[in-house]
Design a protein around this ligand. Structure first.
Ligand code: FE2
Ligand code: FE2
Length: 229
């Protein structure tokens, strides 16, 4: 079922949008952000009911959605959402995926994370292919203002917070042109893959914790594990 869900998404994105990269990435970013909202909704529900408190996961998933939001804003600034049919398709698909992933997260958090690991992996491969095919053109184009703001002057705390793999040094992408923007987005996608992979392991907060956690106040967790984590 997981592979079917990802497969449908890949067909929509790769076949229908074969020759329109920015609308394709706009749809991808609209839909790929939604599972993080699903995780947040379910985690909020568990916490409200007093069943389970996982403040770190709430923070990480929100930071992931914040990163994907900026990918979306970049695609919008490149004209990816100009055609109304693309907006309708993206939002309708996002709506369906929200409920599917929310239900899946209730039943099996591990499967819901695995789904997202595959989606993020697909995003990484798509951007990597695009970079190789369009490198010369992209290097002649200016970086959108929203990208410069996000990667250099923006809320870098939030930028760091979604990257939970072993951080040797903090990533600070240099943004000179549109090529650099797509390199940064591609590398973000790989960080999401690693985070989604780590989330499927045992509930070890050291394994799934943002690099900023060391400086943060420890938030106690409580409750029994839910689902198959
Ligand atoms: Fe993205
Ligand atoms: Fe992504």
């Amino acid at each position: 079922m997981i592979r079917l869900l990802v497969g449908i998404l890949v067909v929509v994105i790769n076949v229908i949008y074969a020759k329109r990269p920015y609308p394709r990435f706009y749809v991808l970013e609209t839909v790929a952000r939604v599972p993080y909202f699903s995780y947040l909704s379910v985690l909020h529900l568990y916490e409200t009911l007093g069943w389970w408190r996982q403040a770190d996961r709430l923070k990480i998933h929100f930071a992931e959605s914040w990163n994907e939001l900026h990918h979306l804003l970049i695609m919008e600034s490149l004209g990816g959402s100009n055609f109304w049919a693309d907006r309708v398709l993206a939002r309708a698909t996002a709506l369906v995926y929200y409920w599917i992933i929310a239900g899946l997260y209730v039943v099996s958090p591990k499967s819901a994370y695995h789904f997202m690991e595959l989606v993020e992996e697909h995003a990484y491969v798509s951007y990597d292919k695009f970079l190789k095919e369009e490198a010369e053109m992209l290097k002649t184009q200016p970086a959108p203002e929203v990208a410069i703001q996000y990667y250099t002057d923006g809320d870098l705390y939030m930028f760091d917070a979604f990257q939970t793999s072993e951080v040797v040094e903090v990533r600070r992408p240099a943004i000179e042109n549109l090529y650099d923007v797509f390199v940064a987005i591609r590398d973000d996608e790989m960080e999401h893959v690693k985070t989604m992979h780590a989330c499927q392991g045992p509930l070890d907060l050291k394994a799934v914790a943002s690099p900023r956690k060391v400086a943060a106040v420890e938030v106690p967790t409580s409750g029994e594990l839910v689902g198959d984590l």
